[in-house]
Structure formats: structure tokens, C-alpha cells
Design a protein around this ligand. Structure first.
Ligand SMILES: C[S@@+](CC[C@H](N)C(=O)[O-])C[C@H]1O[C@@H](n2cnc3c(N)ncnc32)[C@H](O)[C@@H]1O
Length: 275
């Protein structure tokens, strides 16, 4: 693992700690476990697009502490396997599964090493919200995805739109681009103690590194890796307050304030491995 991903891993260990334990976090572990209101679910976008997962073997890459993995299991998946490179998040995922009484397998490792850590192929490979900006090589990622989708199986991907990454998260409206939309091999470095899921929390680890991957490069990498694109949808909503002036809206999502020109804030891809 390069020094950039190693630094990110350290930051994710700390973020997992906050996301899992904070009572104010958007993740809502307590709600998931039924302590307060038991209303925790996937976001509106993937709920509307995913369709039934009943009876499917599912692989969830970059699963964080596995709450979405477990929600997929609760929706009737035959088996769920999650992978993440944060040892803290994987430990929490195993604990959460046990507390919730849900059977799941959680594997610690880098996405790029997944084929040597996880056996088999899957009906559905699921990747969502805040994932590929942490990855340097999109072609390598697409090969890993394709490796795990069984013939006739599906890849579902949902994430922030790279247009968001061209803005400074903390700048006030109106927003103007400050970073390139197009990919560069060197990451953009951020020194930031903010926690995306909890405005009241702050981290000790500041430094992290992100890479932007234009939509065209993501689609092309998936096609080159042997997948057939079923659709690419763009949305004016995203799952966290990605820019300081965004406002919450229905389904656990955020959007730009009323009156501001709409921009693509997230996008989804559904793709299949030909039989
Ligand atoms: C925003 S979270 C994942 C999104 C997930 N939908 C969630 O919020 O529960 C990003 C995750 O990617 C993981 N991650 C980042 N780079 C990774 C890599 N190279 N290999 C595996 N996991 C990685 C982090 O540890 C973190 O848990």
C-alpha cells in the first residue's frame, strides 16, 4: 500500500471510531440496533434503484463498519461479505453483526488485494457513497469489481459525482471550482479535522489524500474490464453534507439550496457481467 493510502487508513480508523460511537452521527448505530427508533435504512436513491436482493450472494467493497452490509442481509440476501482496509471498522462490523444477530463475513484488506483475500463470485457486488475518491487506480478497481461479478451477475455503484470534488467543501456559496475535474496521478491532499457524518465532532488526524475519477473514466474502465453498463443515472442529491451550504432533504440525502442552479451531486451505475 502506498503512503497516501496508508495515511488514509489511519484517518479512516479514527473516522470509524467517531461514526460508530457518536450519538449525533448520521450513521445512527443505536437506531439500527433498535435502541431508539429503529428507523435506520439505506438511502432513498439505492432503495429505489437496487430492487430485490432476496436470495443473492452479495459482496460489499469498502463496507466501513458494515451497517449497509447488514441492512442488505436484513433485506433477504442469502449471504453478505464486506471488505474494508480499516481494522477498526472491520472489528466494529463484526461486533455490530453479533449485536444485531445477523450472519455476515467481514474481511480486512485493501480493495486491490481483494481477489487474493476473498473466494468465489457474487450475484451482486455493491459499492456505495464515498469510495473511489480514496483509490488511486480506477482501471485496477474495475478489474477487481469484474473479477467478483459472476456471469449474469450485477454490479451496483452509487457515489458522489466528481463535480463535487472540484469545489472546496468549506467555502461559502456561491461555489466556484478550485480543483481539476480530471484525474491526476498525484492525489489532492486535505488537512481537515471535520467529520462528514457529525458536525460536532473533530478528528486528531488531519491529513488525507483523494483522487478524482471523471465519470467517463469510471464507465470506460468498467466496460474494459468486461462489464456491460445497464444505466448511468445522475442525481441532484448526495448522502452527506458535501458542501458547507447544502441542505438536508428526504431520504437521508442533501441538496443545494432552493434557487441555486442544480448540479450533478451523485451518480449510479448498474452493470452486468455477460453470461
Ligand atoms: C465513506 S466510507 C464507505 C462508505 C459506506 N457506504 C459507509 O458509509 O458505510 C469509505 C470506506 O472506504 C474504506 N477505504 C478507503 N480506501 C480503501 C482501500 N484502498 N481499500 C479498502 N477500503 C478502503 C475506508 O476505510 C472507509 O471505511
Amino acid at each position: 500500500m502506498d503512503r497516501f493510502q496508508e495515511a488514509n487508513r489511519q484517518k479512516w480508523n479514527e473516522l470509524a471510531e467517531v461514526n460508530y460511537t457518536s450519538r449525533n452521527s448520521d450513521y445512527g448505530v443505536e437506531a439500527f440496533l433498535g435502541g431508539s427508533d429503529n428507523t435506520r435504512d439505506l438511502h432513498k436513491t439505492e432503495l429505489e434503484e437496487l430492487g430485490s436482493v432476496e436470495g443473492l450472494d452479495i459482496l460489499h467493497l469498502q463496507c466501513h463498519f458494515g451497517m449497509d452490509t447488514l441492512l442488505l442481509a436484513q433485506k433477504g440476501a442469502k449471504s453478505v461479505t464486506g471488505l474494508d482496509f480499516s481494522p477498526v471498522a472491520i472489528k466494529q462490523a463484526r461486533e455490530l453483526a453479533e449485536k444485531a444477530g445477523i450472519e455476515a463475513t467481514f474481511v480486512e484488506g485493501n480493495v486491490y488485494d481483494a481477489p487474493s483475500l476473498i473466494d468465489g463470485v457474487y450475484d451482486l457486488v455493491f459499492v456505495s457513497w464515498g469510495t473511489i475518491c480514496w483509490l488511486p487506480d480506477i482501471e485496477g478497481w474495475a478489474k477487481v469489481i469484474s473479477h467478483f461479478v459472476k456471469p449474469g451477475g450485477r454490479f451496483y455503484f452509487l457515489d458522489q459525482h466528481p463535480v463535487i470534488l472540484s469545489f472546496d467543501d468549506h467555502a461559502p456559496a456561491p461555489h466556484a471550482p478550485v480543483y481539476d475535474y480530471f484525474h491526476k496521478p498525484d492525489p489532492i491532499s486535505f488537512d481537515d479535522t471535520a467529520v462528514y457524518s457529525d458536525e460536532n465532532a473533530a478528528l486528531k488526524t488531519k491529513r488525507s489524500y483523494e483522487w478524482t475519477h471523471p465519470v467517463g473514466e469510471v464507465v470506460t474502465a468498467l466496460v474494459d474490464a468486461g462489464l456491460r453498463i445497464e444505466y448511468l443515472h445522475e442525481f441532484d442529491t448526495v448522502a452527506w453534507k458535501a458542501l458547507a451550504f447544502m441542505e438536508p432533504c428526504e431520504g437521508g440525502l442533501y441538496r443545494l439550496p432552493e434557487g441555486m442552479p442544480r448540479l450533478p451531486l451523485s451518480y449510479s451505475i448498474s452493470a452486468r457481467k455477460p453470461l
